[in-house]
Write a protein that binds this ligand. Structure first.
Ligand code: MG
Length: 367
């Protein structure tokens, strides 16, 4: 099989809650998402999506997805989309770095592989564990009272894992953690995600001030070494996210015992091929994971669901249903939350069928 054409679509994804806010005053009202369609000489088409969390979160931005695919795409025409490790080596040889640019193309080729094999992507990624898997709900940064006020509504939607966006003024963050913790019920889990927002002295003050609360601490500081310094001064379970960008970071984290959980974001690693490699390494090393991405709509959520559902249940701390946060649907057949949980499609490939009107005309085509 050969890749004959790559089409790129731009989709705006507004938020049901109007905005999403996290550390350092960062905020998004409309996500700028990129959907990729990979065409083949067999007539099978695959879809992928990449959606950075704005240009100021990871080293990725929406326009960069499209510019990168314009650069990379011509090198992939004529390549076999079924030979995914080989295709990834081709992408890495043609464009150094820029993993997020490659992510949607890689996901689309997994969709093609699944459709061709007649198997859902989760089966090809290792197998389907249990009937469904657990989701977290991010709580956008607001006042402590407002954040605590969100918990009951999210629990009514079935969520039992709450990821608080902190990383602001440490004194207010201490109040945020305390206010939300008071709303928890047995079985709930609370994560305080600073998204790199604290300096070390701020992070150490926060973890000391909430030492009596059952809360996970996620990526308190910008760099790995800063996070490790905080990790070594707290007894809270500890999560690394932004600083986990590949296998070397995972091996270092294991060597230093720097994290109890890591977050595997598909586009940060460069697609499902590399995210699966990271996932399998974590399983081998005994590290639990949240399986997710930076953001996205129906197609990203489908890709996340296949990687999450093929992760051994005891290793999956949580996953996410980004498509429930946004007002626009781009594909039929995408997974949807049921009582705080989700399942990957049992149809071949990603199991999604894009809604033509939602994608519009391609903004770029390479053939
Ligand atoms: Mg995080």
């Amino acid at each position: 099989m050969k890749i004959t054409r790559i089409e790129v679509f731009q989709v705006d994804l507004p938020l049901h809650e109007g905005s999403y806010k996290w550390s350092g005053g960062k905020s998004i009202t409309v996500f700028d998402s990129t959907v990729v369609c990979v065409h083949t000489d067999s007539g099978v088409k695959g879809y992928g999506e990449v959606c950075p969390l704005g240009p100021f979160y990871l080293p990725a931005y929406a326009g960069g997805c499209r510019a990168g695919i314009a650069e990379l795409g011509p090198h992939l025409i004529g390549e076999d989309p079924l030979q995914l490790e080989r295709l990834n080596r081709r992408m890495d040889a043609a464009l150094k770095g820029h993993p997020y640019v490659k992510s949607a193309i890689d996901i689309a080729c997994w969709d093609i592989l699944g459709q061709t094999a007649g198997l859902p992507v989760c089966v090809l990624l290792g197998g389907r564990y249990a009937d469904d898997f657990v989701l977290y709900r991010a709580i956008s940064q607001e006042s402590p009272e407002a954040m605590a006020g969100r918990v009951a509504g999210y629990r009514a939607e079935g969520y039992r894992r709450f990821q608080l966006k902190v990383g602001g003024d440490p004194d207010v963050d201490i109040e945020r953690i305390r206010a939300v913790a008071e709303k928890l019920q047995p079985g709930d889990k609370l994560v305080a995600d600073a998204n790199t927002g604290w300096l070390m002295h701020e992070a150490v003050r926060v973890v000391r001030a909430v030492h009596d609360i059952d809360v996970y601490i996620e990526q308190p500081c910008l760099s790995y070494s800063e996070c490790l310094a905080v990790r070594n001064r707290t007894t809270h379970p500890f999560i690394l996210d932004e600083s986990v960008d590949g296998m070397e970071a995972l091996l270092l984290a294991k060597s230093d015992l720097a994290a109890d959980i890591v977050n595997i974001k598909i586009s940060k690693l460069g697609g499902l091929t590399k995210a699966r490699q990271a996932r399998d390494l974590c399983v081998s090393m005994g590290i639990a994971m949240t399986i997710e991405d930076s953001w996205g709509g129906d197609i990203t959520t489908a890709a996340i669901s296949h990687l999450a559902h093929s992760t051994p249940t005891e290793f999956l701390f949580s996953s996410t249903d980004f498509n429930s946060y946004v007002t626009v649907s781009t594909a039929e057949g995408a997974p949807h939350r049921v009582d705080g949980r989700m399942a990957a499609s049992t149809d071949p490939g990603l199991g999604i069928r894009p809604i033509a009107g939602a994608l519009g005309k391609p903004v770029l085509a390479v053939s």
